[in-house]
Ligand binder design. Structure first.
Ligand code: MN
Ligand code: MN
Length: 266
């Protein structure tokens, strides 16, 4: 059986504006297993089959060890299990140490990045580990062959320079259409910042930016991937900002649809 590992990475120490994303993993798990829904994906995969989802729990950050080393080590351990893996943030800063480990297993890799923000500041307020900077580090360290950023609607002049410097393929939200397609030629890692989705659907984020993609558009994008989806993260869900749990429910739904496509593209 093709297994999907789940690992919580409850770390928001590099959030620039407000904390809270570290509390996301148990909220997402709660909705994932809620009796309100069944465990079938839209595309016909039963995630409730014994052994399909392998939950490794959450990384414990006790301050005793550098957080980046700890994340890279734990992710590496999880990836030594065959199958695919989904990481639950935490803020978007975690994607950098996660990719350091993922890259060891995938010499060919494209990142599908969904976000309101390019997250490619050289540093933010002097912090090179900022959640506004993971893709600067990832591109500098060649942790992917290609980065495709979708849903962007906040790029500054500096970030546009960084996008050009690192050759990022950007599809801005203003250019997104229902029939927009992204073609992949390598295995894919999905980095899903919940604020890429419009705050009308996903209010539980620290940086609400109107004019985003709909839940449907993001799910359709995920469902059209035909290359193996080898890993994914779901980041920036901040329970402190949520309304009636709707963002937690959406995050769990996105986890399911990604997991289903991991099975179907394996
Ligand atoms: Mn982000
Ligand atoms: Mn964002």
């Amino acid at each position: 059986m093709f297994r999907i590992s789940i690992l919580g990475i409850p770390n928001d120490e590099n959030s620039s504006f407000q904390r809270g994303c570290a509390e996301a993993p148990p909220k997402i798990r709660h909705e994932l297993w809620s009796a309100a829904n069944n465990m079938w994906t839209e595309t016909g995969v039963d995630l409730g089959v014994e052994g399909r989802l392998n939950d490794h729990g959450d990384i414990r950050f006790d301050g005793g060890r550098d957080s980046w080393e700890l994340i890279e080590t734990r992710v590496d351990e999880v990836l030594s299990d065959p199958g695919a893996a989904i990481f639950l943030g935490g803020d978007h800063a975690i994607t950098h140490p996660v990719l350091r480990a993922v890259r060891r297993y995938h010499p060919k890799l494209t990142i599908l990045h969904i976000d309101a923000h390019p997250d490619i500041y050289y540093d933010f307020e002097g912090n090179p580990r900022s959640h506004a900077s993971p893709f600067a580090r990832i591109m500098e360290e060649h942790l992917a062959d290609r980065l495709v950023s979708c849903g962007i609607r906040t790029a500054t002049g500096h970030q546009r320079d960084q996008i050009a410097k690192h050759g990022v393929d950007v599809i801005e939200a203003r250019h997104w259409h229902d029939d927009t397609q992204v073609d992949f030629t390598t295995p894919v890692y999905i980095s899903l910042d919940i604020d890429g989705i419009d705050p009308a659907f996903a209010p539980g984020v620290s940086h609400r930016e109107a004019g985003g993609l709909s839940s449907r558009q993001v799910i359709n994008l995920i469902q059209t991937i035909r290359q193996p989806i080898v890993g994914a993260d779901i980041v920036e869900f901040n329970p402190h900002c949520d309304l009636s749990n709707m963002t937690a429910v959406l995050a769990a739904k996105l986890l399911k649809e990604i997991a289903g496509m991991m099975v179907q593209t394996s």
